[in-house]
Design a protein around this ligand. Structure first.
Ligand code: FMN
Length: 297
């Protein structure tokens, strides 16, 4: 038995979820663009693939928001300047990639929000992400809107004019090894897949005033135990817990045990708390992770 229907019978948001959950996994174009004034933008798009190699052609689609039919900065910038860089994110960059999908106001540079180094491109104005397995400098050949409704796509057809491949993805025979690339791809809802391991979940950054890397307290930002991706996930919240909430967390049994055992050894205490927070970040329990990290001052 199938659930069978005419797509016009469904609300767009429901259809959207059905499509994204079944047409998966999708690779992710992490697109950097600039506007006419040179302001930099970076955002991920999983409506993306390669469609030819001569000329090398990539297509991705920033769609009109299902919520209110507004258009995304990436589309507007690609229309204005006709250029972009498609960066490829791998597992190591997952948290930072996700952070750049936050709805930041016009003019916010998501490279800075996610603490990513901008490297000048060779042939186009948008900078590239100086990390990850590959970056493709592109000129926009054509933009095709698939409609004007909320949820309509805008196919940005790109020709690759310059390629950067990280040497660390090549094996001893000088071939690209998928284990070394460590690709990730998007599924439906908050699901992703890490090609070499399988499914994992990562919620989208939340709220309208996402704090970003710059507002992470120093002792968290410079943690020896949290990766850039962990920090990217932590930085995707729009509020930091209050002292009252921290008190409530201190009642937590695991925390009490850690404080009891390592209370006299600040280094070990920090290590244990950061490790506990890391495991909570991996389980997407971000608020708890925040409270634990802030309990160490
Ligand atoms: C992994 C991932 C994939 C995404 N794929 C798309 C996509 O294909 N099309 C789209 O319109 N939005 C997609 N989004 C949402 C955009 O990244 C988000 O709307 C972002 O704020 C757009 O930024 P901009 O306005 O700076 O272009 C995706 C988000 C994530 C986390």
């Amino acid at each position: 038995m199938f659930k069978s229907f005419d797509p016009k019978e469904l609300a767009t948001n429901v259809l959207h979820d059905y499509l994204l959950s079944t047409i998966a996994p999708r690779p992710i174009a992490w697109a950097s663009t600039v506007d006419n004034n040179g302001k930099v933008n970076l955002a991920p798009f999983s409506f993306f693939n390669v469609f030819g190699s001569n000329p090398p052609t990539l297509v991705f689609s920033p769609s009109n928001r299902v919520r209110d039919n507004t258009q995304k900065h990436t589309l507007l910038n690609a229309q204005q300047t006709g250029e972009c860089v498609i960066n490829i994110a791998n597992y190591e960059l997952a948290g930072q990639m996700s952070l750049t999908s936050g709805e930041f106001p016009d003019g916010v540079n998501e490279f800075k929000m996610a603490n990513l180094e901008m490297t000048p491109s060779v042939k186009v104005k948008p900078p590239r992400v100086n990390a990850g397995p590959a970056q493709f400098e592109c000129i926009v050949k054509q933009i095709i809107p698939t409609g004007t409704n909320a949820g309509a796509g805008n196919l940005i057809i790109c020709e690759v004019v310059y390629v950067h491949l990280n040497e660390n993805i090549f094996n001893e025979e000088d071939k690209i090894d998928p284990h070394l690339v460590d690709n990730i791809a998007r599924m439906g809802k908050i699901w992703y897949t890490r090609a070499k391991e399988g499914l994992f979940q990562m919620p989208n950054p939340k709220g309208t005033k996402i704090i970003g890397f710059s507002r992470l307290p120093d002792h968290i930002r410079h943690s020896k135990y949290l990766t850039g991706s962990d920090l990217g996930r932590l930085a995707g919240v729009d509020y930091i817990p209050s002292p009252e909430e921290l008190k409530a967390e201190e009642a937590r049994l695991e925390m009490q045990l850690i404080f009891k055992q390592f209370g006299n050894d600040p280094r070990e205490l920090e290590k244990q708390l950061h490790k506990l927070a890391k495991s909570l970040i991996e389980e997407n329990k971000l608020e708890e992770a925040w409270r634990i990290l802030l309990s160490f001052r």
